[in-house]
Design a protein around this ligand. Structure first.
Ligand code: ZN
Length: 256
């Protein structure tokens, strides 16, 4: 991206192994994230040009000498942030605080809306996928790169437990996958706040028991109505987790 609205597809040098902890991955699937939309609407010329993309699945093509546990040809997914997965932050589940980690499309690291990418900290970052994944499964597995992991992380941070009642604010990809994650963690009451029927219908498929299309004070009143005035134990707006922030924005205090 060069500036707001100015996206270009360019020929670029093939990524190569630069550090012994690197891998080079040929990309099969990549996607646009809501965080790409912010600069797409607001980026100024002096902020560009910037490589795009941080979500992908692909095939390992090259491995640095310090990377073990992977082979050329392995089908892999990368989370949106690379990390060593061994330091105290990573062991605490806070990979985006990893001192040896970083973002794709930043600080000279390539983007993932490309035919191939160099993956720093490959051993701690890449996750192997079923080698026989077909087209449909590949598209689903791509959600593991960001939106599913982000929705699940928010549900975990909110401490969702079996029998729980939760409210998810936002019917974007992250919000819908937070609904699915809450259901998988055993929540029984899942209120989805969102105004796009095509999306909230998916939210119901994923486990939402109630949908509140109203926003603001009206939305709060509707949640209170559904919960006998008590709201739910956990309320979160998962999409904020995806932005370049180090900590999730889950809160456990009743919002209503
Ligand atoms: Zn780390």
């Amino acid at each position: 991206m060069y500036e707001a609205g100015d996206l270009r597809v360019l020929d670029a040098p093939d990524p190569v192994i630069e550090q012994p902890t690197d891998a080079v991955v040929r990309i099969l699937r990549s996607c646009v994230c809501s965080t790409d939309l912010h600069p797409y609407h607001s980026m100024t010329t002096d902020e560009g040009p910037r490589a795009m993309g941080h979500e992908f699945v692909g095939v390992v093509e090259e491995l640095g000498s310090d990377v073990s546990g992977f082979r050329r040809g392995d089908l892999v997914v990368s989370p949106f942030f690379f990390a060593d997965n061994t330091c105290e932050y990573c062991r605490a589940g806070l990979h985006t605080a990893c001192p040896n980690g970083g973002w794709y499309s930043a600080d000279g690291v390539n983007g993932a809306q490309a035919e191939a990418a160099r993956v720093p900290q490959a051993q701690g970052t890449l996750v192997k996928l079923p080698a026989d994944a077909d087209d449909a499964l590949l598209s689903s597995l791509l959600t593991l790169a960001d939106v599913y992991g982000t929705g699940y992380h928010a549900a975990k941070q909110a401490g969702v437990r079996p029998g729980d009642a939760v409210t998810v604010i936002g019917d974007g990809a992250v919000g819908l996958l937070a609904v699915l994650s809450a259901r998988q963690l055993g929540a029984e009451g899942i209120i989805l706040m969102g105004g796009h029927k095509d999306r909230t219908d998916i939210g119901r498929l994923f486990g939402a028991t109630d949908v509140v299309p109203e926003r603001g004070e009206e939305g709060i009143a509707a949640v209170r109505e559904l919960t006998g005035g008590h709201s739910t134990r956990a309320v979160w707006r998962p999409s904020a987790t995806c932005r370049r922030t180090r900590w999730p924005s889950a809160s456990c205090a009743p919002a209503a």
